[in-house]
Design a binder for this molecule. Structure first.
Ligand SMILES: [Zn+2]
Ligand SMILES: [Zn+2]
Length: 338
């Protein structure tokens, strides 16, 4: 599990390579929080890098607070089932993903706001018969907005109806338990990574891959709309991480944050660009090279950088050519067994 006893080789600086228009410094980093012996300084630096900069999780938190205070239906209303508040949550979700994915897609791909700077894959969005409507962008928008937002809303409605009726433990305010209130955001981030790894491994079982997950993997190069372009069965599994709030007492902000992290987080992580630049300055960290590697090499990086499950189970691709060779050999082995 621990790799602290190994000497860290010099990292290849960020830049261009034969395989990539842009790659971050290699090998790519992973959260050091689970490394043994425990390195508190490195762990703190990892958390600071997530929460003290303009990053996707900070964006999800701010959006969750704003949505809760300004837009979300009250718990009293949600205690009795009604189409009005369900439609309200659907509209918030639809609007959130339309604004974020729409803005990133227009800026990065239509208006080429930063041209090819920090773009991982050299290829543009594709027009190909393998996509619904023969067009990657229209395909991705369709599966995101029709299936994704509907199933996301269904999970949200299920949670809030049950919580508003007092059938599960909830947290009424920050003041009721400040330590738990803060700690739960960290737990959600670990849980999201853990849950994603396992459901993702499940849908890589050949039958499920062919009939379900293949739809997402038609995107070998990805864009903001690709993140939630999934088969409805994958949406159902992907959002099931929300079930944790049926057990752990949560405030509505936690649940909305978790839902935004699953949705807006996928939009960011599939952006295809390492960062969004505005006038050559970093505006926000965007794409995930870790997941971009999954879309190119398939049988690697099923999880995320938050938990080193891929490293523990031998499927970590760190972006180096040596890792590409290792993952290709692993893929051959997997397919030879079938
Ligand atoms: Zn996959
Ligand atoms: Zn993906």
């Amino acid at each position: 599990m621990a790799n602290a006893d190994t000497v860290t080789p010099p990292r290849e600086p960020a830049g261009k390579s034969r395989a990539w228009n842009f790659h971050p410094a290699l090998p790519i980093g992973m959260s050091p929080v689970f490394d043994l012996p425990w390195k508190p300084k490195a762990a703190l630096a990892w958390f600071a890098g997530t929460w003290l900069k303009i990053t996707p999780p900070v964006n999800h938190l701010l959006c969750a607070i704003a949505a809760y205070l300004l837009l979300w239906p009250s718990m009293e209303r949600m205690a009795s089932f009604g189409g009005d508040w369900v439609a309200q949550i659907f509209a918030i979700n639809f609007g959130a993903v339309l604004i974020l994915a729409g803005a990133l897609h227009l800026y990065l791909y239509v208006f080429a706001g930063q041209e090819m700077r920090l773009k991982f894959d050299v290829r543009p969005m594709q027009k190909s018969p393998r996509f619904t409507f023969g067009n990657q962008t229209w395909d991705n928008m369709f599966w995101t907005l029709a299936s994704g937002v509907s199933i996301w809303t269904a999970w949200a409605v299920l949670y809030f109806y049950v919580a508003a009726n007092g059938w599960i433990p909830t947290l009424d305010s920050f003041g009721a338990s400040p330590v738990w209130f803060v700690a739960l955001f960290f737990i959600i981030r670990f849980w999201q990574s853990f849950h994603f790894y396992w459901i993702h491994r499940l849908i890589h079982i050949p039958w499920l891959f062919k009939n379900v997950h293949h739809l997402h993997h038609r995107n070998v190069n990805v864009g903001p709309w690709s993140g939630l372009a999934m088969h409805p069965v994958e949406h159902l599994l992907y959002y099931s991480g929300i079930l944790i709030h049926f057990v752990l007492p949560s405030h509505p902000v936690h649940v909305i944050f978790h839902l935004f992290a699953l949705n807006l987080g996928a939009v960011f992580s599939h952006a295809g660009f390492d960062k969004v630049l505005i006038r050559d300055k970093e505006a926000i960290k965007a794409g995930s090279f870790h997941h971009q590697l999954h879309h190119r090499y398939f049988e690697c990086n099923y999880g995320s950088e938050e938990m080193p499950l891929d490293r523990w189970f031998g499927s970590f691709h760190d972006g180096t050519e040596a890792a590409t060779k290792r993952i290709r050999a692993r893929k051959k082995l997997i397919f030879a067994r079938k």
